[in-house]
Design a protein around this ligand. Structure first.
Ligand code: NDP
Ligand code: OXD
Length: 308
């Protein structure tokens, strides 16, 4: 019985060592060393192999090594095989750091100061208190909730938006299309932490930007497919948005010559807001293997109908 890992090989080597220590009965394999494909019971992948069902006919659980599962084509995975996304504390901690950094950068005018330094300009901007700034997080899931909890500690006015209503102490909560207008109208710094699904693709569009207060800042750490790129450029030109901090892109790596690279009011990072950490990820996967063996509910089970 084997567990096949198909993702970053460097981190895979750590997974292999941890599996050898904690689950020595499992034959842990790193792609492309698949061994006997019929022996593969569990597969953990960032990008799943083509013809998954045909190549690995006895696979029992498919794990995403990331929190997102938009890279999976569910129609190619037999319906009885559970797909499980990554929920682990290292990934959460990384996202909390990045989102906090980005929101503080927006709050403390870090992008204008970077531009001013390039031009040799000394122009202090009045410092505002965190309490006067309204942060809104699209997505109140595992990551959105952790980010909101941290930002709340700085004194920001925090709100979240989700598909179903969520209640979090001290956080204004909005849900669905009916809650969207009010959520956007009270948001100066917007953080996108949604999964990419049919319902959320292209959500960061002109229509949404026009419902934000003028000179808002966008932080996109969800997926590139959430953003309509030309609409962002237009919103920055018109002053509807004052800046954007982007970690994810429609095409990754961001192609050379793309207008985002040199835009003075866009900060680009290469999809590093967070990363799955092998130590805590293996712990989470082993816990799910135990649950699967014992017929218990899996943690992070994807609802295929909703796409996340
Ligand atoms: P969760 O599944 O825990 O949370 C998703 C949240 O989005 C939920 O609150 C859900 O609502 C909400 N949501 C989903 N669809 C809709 C919709 N149509 N309308 C309104 N709200 C919606 O996901 P995570 O928090 O773990 O991860 C979120 C995403 O972050 C990942 O899918 C991935 O794309 C991205 N990510 C990016 C990383 C990076 O490095 N840039 C790293 C890790 C993740 P409800 O609560 O009602 O279900
Ligand atoms: C993830 C990611 O989904 O790294 O985990 O983007």
């Amino acid at each position: 019985m084997s567990f096949l890992y198909k993702a970053d090989p460097e981190r895979g080597a750590v997974w292999a060592r941890l599996f050898a220590e904690r689950a020595p009965d499992i034959d842990f394999r790193i792609w492309p060393d698949i061994g006997n494909p019929s022996a593969v019971r569990y597969l953990a992948a960032w990008e799943p192999p083509e013809n998954l069902a045909e190549t690995f006919p006895n696979v029992k659980v498919v794990f995403s090594v990331g929190a997102g599962v938009d890279q999976f084509d569910f129609s190619r995975i037999p319906p009885e095989v559970p797909v499980v996304r990554m929920i682990e504390s290292g990934l959460v901690a990384g996202m909390v750091e990045y989102a906090t950094l980005a929101v503080l950068a927006a709050h403390r005018d870090w992008l204008p100061y970077a531009a001013q330094q390039r031009e040799g300009v000394w122009n202090p901007i009045r410092v505002r208190t965190a309490g006067s700034r309204r942060v809104g997080v699209l997505g109140m899931g595992v990551l959105g909730q952790a980010v909101l909890a941290k930002l709340q500690g700085f004194g920001f006015q925090c709100a979240g938006w989700s598909r179903t209503a969520r209640e979090l102490p001290g956080i204004e909560s909005y849900a669905g299309e009916e809650g969207m207008d009010a959520f956007l109208a009270r948001t100066d710094i917007l953080v996108c932490l949604l999964p990419l699904t049919n319902a959320t693709r292209g959500i960061l569009s002109r229509d949404l930007f026009e419902r934000l207060p003028p000179r808002s800042v966008l932080v996109n750490v969800g997926r590139g497919g959430h953003l309509v790129e030309q609409d962002l450029l237009d919103a920055l030109d018109s002053g509807r948005l004052s800046a954007a901090i982007l970690d994810v892109f429609d095409t990754e790596p961001l192609p050379p010559g793309h207008p985002f690279w040199r835009h003075p009011r866009i900060m680009v990072t290469p999809h590093i807001a967070s990363m799955t950490q092998p130590e805590t990820a293996v712990e989470a996967v082993l816990e799910n293997l135990r649950r699967h063996r014992e017929g218990l509910p899996l943690i992070g089970l994807v609802d295929r109908r909703q796409g996340y």
